[in-house]
Design a protein around this ligand. Structure first.
Ligand code: HEM
Ligand code: HEM
Length: 180
């Protein structure tokens, strides 16, 4: 599938890509500075912001996936080895998967803990799991592990690949930059 007449990504794809990076940086700063969440931890400002930004990331992920599925991606440039094209594709889809799995697991866990999930005070997200219902306690640990290990490892690989292409002098990184 092709995206636009040029060789690069559309400006919408680029804007969504860099917006998600900015939101994830904010989200990790919040996650690592907010208090540890235990049985009776109140929803402090930092925790509330972590929930709100997480929900925002989920909304942006929905828009981004819809855009990606309806617009496809540009053809790889000539000369990029097929194994690199294939591994980039796998990493990109795993990143999409995590952009959905992480906020959904966090949301389930917050509900399970009986914590309200507000979207910046504008509206409240529905309660999707009853408080302390058996079978959902694991969601908090898996949410944290996927964020701290799986997401950061995949983003590390993804950024290393972008830097490799930059040093190599091809257009892979350039295609995702504004105004190219
Ligand atoms: C992509 C979005 C998100 C990312 C990257 C993310 C990341 C994180 C990280 C890094 C931690 C701390 C893990 C640790 O170091 O122990 C954490 C904890 C937590 N997050 Fe998120 N989060 C996201 C979305 C959400 C959402 C939408 C909610 C709720 C609506 C949420 C609720 C929680 C809760 C309840 C914890 C504490 C889990 C526990 O310790 O049992 N997160 N999150
Ligand atoms: C400094 C950080 C980042 C850099 C330098 C970077 C660079 C790039 C580049 C150069 C491409 C184009 C690759 C190609 O054409 O094959 C790309 C695509 C992509 N990146 Fe990143 N990226 C970064 C962060 C992230 C983050 C945090 C995510 C998501 C969690 C992400 C998800 C994706 C996805 C899914 C694509 C495929 C195109 C799309 O559907 O949007 N990237 N990135």
């Amino acid at each position: 599938m092709e995206e636009g007449a040029g060789d690069g990504y559309t400006s919408t794809t680029k804007a969504l890509h860099w917006l998600v990076l900015a939101l994830l940086i904010i989200q990790f700063i919040l996650a690592w500075t907010m208090p540890d969440i235990r049985r009776d931890t109140p929803v402090t400002t930092l925790i509330g912001l972590h929930f709100s930004f997480g929900v925002l990331i989920l909304f942006v992920a929905v828009i981004r996936l819809a855009w990606r599925l309806s617009h496809g991606e540009p053809e790889p440039d000539d000369g990029i080895p097929p194994w690199q094209v294939a591994s980039a594709r796998v990493v990109h889809w795993l990143l999409y998967l995590l952009l959905f799995a992480l906020p959904i697991l966090g949301w389930i866990n917050a509900c399970w803990r009986g914590m309200p999930v507000s979207f910046f005070g504008v509206f409240e997200m529905p309660k999707i799991v009853a408080t302390r219902v058996p079978g959902w306690a694991w969601t908090g640990d898996i949410h944290g592990l996927l964020a701290d290990y799986a997401l950061l490892t995949l983003v590390g690989l993804h950024v290393a690949a972008a830097l490799y292409h930059f040093v190599h002098g091809d257009r892979v990184l350039q295609r995702m930059l504004p105004r190219t």
